[in-house]
Design a protein around this ligand. Structure first.
Ligand SMILES: *[C@@H]1O[C@H](CO)[C@@H](O)[C@H](O)[C@H]1NC(C)=O
Ligand SMILES: *[C@@H]1O[C@H](CO)[C@@H](O)[C@H](O)[C@H]1NC(C)=O
Ligand SMILES: *[C@@H]1O[C@H](CO)[C@@H](O)[C@H](O)[C@H]1NC(C)=O
Length: 334
């Protein structure tokens, strides 16, 4: 999303998990999650202070989301707060401590935790061009989580307005860094340019470029995002039509199938109204019918500080996404 800079969160649907090869034969979607958002808040203030500019996620809320069937939590955070000096510099122990505490809590419940630098391919506001430094950053981060198979590595949130070859190179550097750390069992989700939109995956050139990414462990799950408002930015409670979700997934689905790749919708959301809920069900049903290539979908967003945000799925009777949308869509996942 264009506004993403503002928030995120995590929660998910769970099921007893079989080995990946067996999961593929099931028609229900494997991953149902939520963006846990808040640790990247105050993005204009790279330093920030815990509890003032940014916040970590509420374990009780995560438990409630797990109880609803969620099994994937996409943990938003900022690279500048994890390695404040340089890409290759030391970790901030408190920020890393909080991230690791979240990962341990979620994976300790048998659910997936997605490590997601919410950086748009930028560091301190500048497009990252130091691919070797980016590889080192990922190698350092992955070394911490290399023995936890329930961790998923998301190379970066929503590259945009960047040279396509650079987006390819950064994704490849991230993959190489993760594997060089000895993290061999974990899934990695590359993201594309153009805000990694599913609807523009092929037309933007992401497909033709990122198809050439190489993972020696063959565990890439291409991550795309999709909103249902007119400009696809996820800033409106209105949906274009009751079939727009499915329509915006079709070209990417064909690309995944033609190229024998796997994908996940790492962000999706829509407003609390009849047309949007119809569109959500139609699109999730489509993902389910194509679960040979689609792993699931991750709602945007939850987190303690979202307030009356239109898509707020933090567990609370005050949040229509929690009280109305979640019950309408969760059956597609578990
Ligand atoms: C999910 O979180 C990211 C990080 O805050 C944000 O950029 C993105 O816009 C969020 N998605 C939505 C729909 O807000
Ligand atoms: C950035 O955050 C720090 C710590 O809370 C605060 O003292 C400072 O005023 C903030 N700066 C801006 C520009 O918001
Ligand atoms: C989380 O961050 C806070 C604030 O910096 C810090 O006091 C606390 O020790 C951190 N928690 C962990 C588990 O590292």
């Amino acid at each position: 999303m264009l506004l993403k800079s503002i928030f995120a969160a995590a929660a998910l649907m769970s099921a007893a998990f079989a080995a990946p090869s067996q999961e593929k034969r099931q028609s229900k979607l494997k991953w149902f999650g939520i963006n846990e958002s808040g640790a990247e808040f105050g993005e204009k203030n790279f330093t920030g202070v815990y509890g003032k500019e940014f916040i970590w996620y509420d374990f009780k809320a995560i438990d409630q989301s797990i109880a609803q069937g969620m099994n994937m939590f996409r943990l938003n955070f900022l690279m500048e707060r994890l390695t404040p000096k340089t890409l290759t510099g030391a970790f901030d122990p408190a920020y890393l401590g909080n991230l690791t505490e979240q990962v341990k809590y979620i994976t300790g419940k048998g659910k997936y935790a997605m490590i997601q630098p919410h950086n748009y391919g930028r560091f301190y506001g500048n497009i990252i061009t130091d691919t070797a430094g980016f590889k080192t950053w990922w190698q350092n981060v992955a070394a911490i989580y290399k023995d936890n198979d329930l961790v998923v590595f998301d190379t970066n949130n929503e590259y945009h307005d960047m040279d396509q070859q650079l987006v390819f190179n950064l994704n490849q550097a991230a993959i190489d860094g993760v594997r060089a750390a000895g993290a061999k069992k974990q899934y990695i989700t590359p993201e594309g340019n153009s805000w990694t939109g599913a609807w523009t995956w092929v037309s933007s050139g992401n497909g033709a470029s990122l198809i050439n990414l190489k993972d020696p462990e063959n565990k890439l799950i291409y991550q795309m995002h999709q909103y249902l408002d007119t400009d696809g930015s996820g800033t409106s409670a209105n949906c274009v039509s009751a079939t727009i979700f499915k329509e915006r997934l079709q070209a990417a689905t064909k690309w995944l199938k033609d190229n024998k790749k796997q994908g996940v919708i790492g962000e999706f959301a829509a407003g609390n109204n009849a047309q949007c809920i119809s569109a959500l069900k139609d699109g999730l049903s489509y993902l389910q019918q194509n679960s040979d290539v689609w792993w699931g979908a991750i709602w945007w967003a939850a987190g303690p500080w979202w307030g009356d945000y239109i898509y707020n799925m933090e567990p609370s009777t005050a949040n229509p996404a929690w009280t109305t949308i979640l019950p309408a869509i969760k059956s597609y996942f578990v």
